[in-house]
Design a protein around this ligand. Structure first.
Ligand code: NAP
Ligand code: MG
Length: 499
């Protein structure tokens, strides 16, 4: 302790461990050992039962940490998607529509509790399937997913009172398509409000991360959700297209890329389907000179390296006030050097595996473009595992607004640093994007926070924090980040009509 205190006076936090423990200082491996209980194969979940796909097609689900095959998953074709919609239609007309709001709430409370009971097993499965660090799936994805069901379970018998003087009705059967970055959490964001309000669902998880959705199907049965209320069809983009274009869908809820969002808007035009789109982002994280520096640096790190940067609201564009830019960049470099990249199942890992080979290729392409366009790249010395898909934490300085790395979503652990002098310049630069999902502001001045929050064209603005979520808080975009809100009371209105 005495040594630590003496050294702490002279050394930066990055140097401290080496000074105390010498060059061979390192963590012992701390692998999570709970059994994820992943079956050797998964069929489709239709009408409350696991059924093989009509044409018997299936695909491998890969563990991005070591490229090993985790399980085989059925691929749904047109006949399967038809069967899923038929089961949902039947369950809606015969059962769920007539189930009292109070009973719907009870079912959802049960789902939430079962998720909590099996949280550890689900967290391991999520990390193995998607590559995210176990610490994140354990402390964020699972508790948040359970919290969403808990939150909307509470709304089930109350939301009708939120619209006085009108009757509130479910839409019917809804089609939902979700991405690979938060597989179980996105499932919870989609299913909880839809079911609480009395809709039935056909859901398609992403091809690279379907395992926890199939495990969740077991929970639906354990919670005695009536057969057909939720149907899960697995497969790739083609299966997604079948889900969103199905004539029985009264509404489509989609989270994913802006490009596919555009296609869905075109194909659903004139169909009368209600639509919510949660698409990409290129958030500005704005740091003023008076900000609490230690907290701001941690917030920047969390903002971009959380979940390997596979986050639509990631703080991927750092805007720093010019007078403190040098200091912040120096501190960030130290912080990057102590981030631990590697085995997602190790409890000490900060950055896990990149979700797929395709996503790693995209990150590499964008980083190469950043260098080609003249930005300066910094990557700490960092040994990556030999097998699996990994990318080191990366920081670009000398970035201008026209650089591709400042405009396009990289969806990886790559931060672009820009500078500004005045709040007006920060606002202009932050809003100079086709996206508008989230933003962050770091300053000790309350009035400045309010000015920035009003001026930023983003669905969520965090002040002196980043990546904070709560089921009661609505989330969604401006501009090409999409429309519609998920979470809170606002999330309810996306799944009902008033008559
Ligand atoms: P994506 O292609 O839009 O995938 C999202 C979901 O839509 C997946 O379930 C996907 O299935 C499905 N899908 C693909 N093509 C479809 C189509 N034509 N019709 C209906 N559904 C379709 O996104 P991605 O390939 O996962 O990622 C690409 C980029 O999207 C990322 O680099 C990132 O910029 C953005 N993204 C944003 C978010 C977000 O939360 N806003 C999340 C993930 C990705 P398959 O996965 O099985 O192909
Ligand atoms: Mg996988």
């Amino acid at each position: 302790m005495a040594i630590t205190t003496t050294l702490a006076g002279r050394a930066t936090s990055a140097e401290l461990p080496r000074l105390i423990f010498g060059d061979r200082w390192d963590y012992d491996p701390a692998p999570e050992s709970a059994d994820p209980r992943i079956a050797p194969s998964y069929d489709l979940f239709i009408g409350g039962r696991f059924v093989p796909s009509a044409e018997g097609e299936s695909f491998d689900s890969i563990n991005p940490a070591d490229e090993g095959v985790l399980t085989r998953i059925a691929r749904a074709n047109a006949a399967d998607v038809d069967a899923a919609y038929a089961a949902a239609d039947k369950a809606y007309a015969r059962v769920w529509r007539k189930t009292s709001p109070r009973d719907r709430g009870k079912h959802l409370f049960r789902v939430s509790r079962l998720l909590q009971e099996r949280a550890r097993e689900f967290a391991v499965a999520e990390s193995m399937d998607g590559g995210k660090p176990i610490r994140e799936s354990r402390d964020f994805d699972l508790p948040m997913a359970a919290a969403h069901f808990f939150h909307y379970a509470g709304w089930a018998d109350k939301f009708a009172y939120a619209v006085p003087g009108a009757r509130v009705e479910p839409l019917g059967v809804v089609g939902q398509v979700i991405p690979w970055n938060f597989p179980l959490l996105m499932l919870a964001w989609k299913l909880a409000p839809a079911l609480a309000t009395g809709n039935c669902v056909v859901l398609k998880p992403a091809e690279t991360t379907s395992v926890t959705a199939m495990k969740f199907a077991e929970i639906l049965n354990e919670a005695e959700i009536p057969p057909g209320v939720v149907n899960i069809v697995t497969g790739g983009g083609e299966t997604g297209r079948l889900v969103v274009n199905h004539p029985k869908a009264a509404k489509i809820a989609f989270t994913g890329s802006t490009e596919v969002g555009r296609e869905i808007m075109r194909s659903s035009a004139g169909s009368g389907k209600k639509l919510t789109l949660e698409l990409g982002g290129k958030a500005a994280n704005i740091v003023f000179a008076d900000a609490a520096m230690d907290q701001a640096v941690e917030g920047i790190i969390n903002g971009i390296f959380f979940n390997q940067g596979h986050v639509c609201c990631a703080g991927s564009r750092l805007l720093v006030q010019e007078t403190v830019a040098e200091e912040i960049i120096e501190r960030l470099k130290h912080r990057l050097a102590v981030l631990r990249v590697g085995n997602p199942l190790d409890k000490n890992t900060d950055i896990g595996a990149i979700n797929s080979r395709a996503q790693l290729d995209r990150i590499e392409e964008l980083v190469a473009d950043g260098e080609r366009e003249g930005a300066a790249k910094y990557q700490p010395a960092c040994a990556l595992p030999e097998r699996g898909w990994y990318y080191p934490p990366t920081l670009f300085t000398g970035v201008t607004q026209s650089h591709r790395i400042a405009r396009e979503e990289i969806f990886g652990p790559v931060l672009s640093v820009l500078t500004f002098r005045t709040p007006e310049e920060a606002l202009a630069k932050a809003n100079n994007t086709c996206y508008g999902l989230s933003a962050g502001v770091w300053t000790e001045k309350g009035s400045l926070i309010l000015k920035m929050a009003r001026g930023l064209r983003a669905g969520v603005v965090w002040a002196n924090t980043f990546n904070q979520f709560d089921p009661a808080s609505p989330f969604g975009g401006y501009k090409e980040s999409g429309f519609g809100r998920e979470g809170g009371l606002q999330g309810i209105f996306e799944y009902v009509k008033t008559v």
